[in-house]
Design a binder for this molecule. Structure first.
Ligand SMILES: [Zn+2]
Length: 306
């Protein structure tokens, strides 16, 4: 998207006692909006979670590592899923792309109302045997508060996070972005207190964005540039690495019975990628081959079990 230049910055402050991220993400949020054809409140929710994903993903170290953020709720949107890597690539989808509900009492898009009560699940797949899974109840449904609560509760890392998505007229993105600031273990109380003071003066991220502040300027504002060191500037984008091979693997996980059923129906099977909408079709011969593979795989699994 030529109109937007999405990127994030990674920074430290107070001699490494504070680590910080800030991002501008309007381009990737607009791309998500176009792919999923979301209504405004869903655009806002997905945009906030994508922005969080970009920054949280950057905490991982390896190119293969994958972060998944999943929100499940009892509201009309039902939830959202976002995945991100460590290099600024992010993608996601809402469970229900079109939700039309009245604005909240502040006159803003009612993201919490669209999501409802539920849970936030954070899955970090760091290439170990088992991914690390953490889950918390949603404390607000406005996403930023829920993620801060997750870090405080599940990982014991005091975290301040702001996420904002601002629409031009009807449903076209004007700006989106956010910041994420964490206190590292051993951070002295006076540093924490100073940061709290600064954060009290922060109105909202959308306010920063509306004023055209860059990620660097947002961090300079919150952290005072005296000790701030910006270490990286990373382009970020909506990226889906799907391929027929990957979709095949997903098909294999549905199991032999379902595959047989698809074959029996005799039609080519068309699957579309949840993240980017790209369509993949499998004709009869391909399904038969898959069925063969799936049979073999369950046989192997059985053998492992004994
Ligand atoms: Zn895809």
């Amino acid at each position: 998207m030529s109109e937007y230049h999405d990127y994030m910055v990674r920074a430290f402050a107070e001699e490494g006692m504070i680590r910080a991220f800030a991002a501008t993400t309007a381009g990737l949020v607009e791309e998500a909006r176009q792919i999923h054809n979301t209504s405004p409140v869903v655009t806002a929710a997905l945009g906030r979670l994508l922005t969080a994903g970009v920054m949280m993903g950057a905490m991982m170290k390896d190119q293969q590592d994958l972060l998944t953020l999943k929100m499940d709720g009892d509201g009309p949107m039902r939830g959202l899923l976002v995945t991100a890597d460590c290099g600024g690539n992010v993608k996601g989808y809402p469970f229900e792309p079109v939700v039309l509900i009245p604005a909240n009492e502040k006159g803003k898009l009612d993201v919490a109302g669209a999501i409802g009560k539920g849970t936030l699940t954070v899955i970090s797949d760091l290439g170990l045997k088992e991914p690390y899974v953490g889950q918390v109840e949603l404390v607000s449904g406005e996403i930023a508060e829920d993620i801060a609560y997750y870090y405080g509760n599940s990982e014991q890392i005091p975290t301040a996070i702001g996420l904002g998505v601002l629409m031009k007229k009807e449903n076209v993105l004007r700006c989106a972005g956010g910041f994420l600031i964490q206190l590292m273990p051993g951070c002295p109380d006076e540093v924490a207190e100073k940061l709290e003071d600064r954060l009290r003066g922060v109105q909202s991220v959308t306010d920063f964005l509306r004023r055209g502040m860059t990620p660097e300027e947002i961090l300079q504002f919150i952290l005072e540039d005296r000790t701030l060191k910006i270490t990286d500037r990373i382009p970020c984008q909506y990226h889906c690495g799907c391929s027929k091979e990957r979709v095949e693997r997903a098909l294999l996980t549905v199991g032999t019975k379902e595959l047989k059923q698809m074959l029996a129906e005799g039609k080519p099977v068309e699957l579309s990628c949840h993240f980017c909408g790209k369509k993949y079709s499998f004709h009869k011969a391909e399904l038969e081959e898959l069925l063969l593979k799936s049979g073999n795989e369950s046989a192997t699994n059985g053998a492992c079990g004994t």
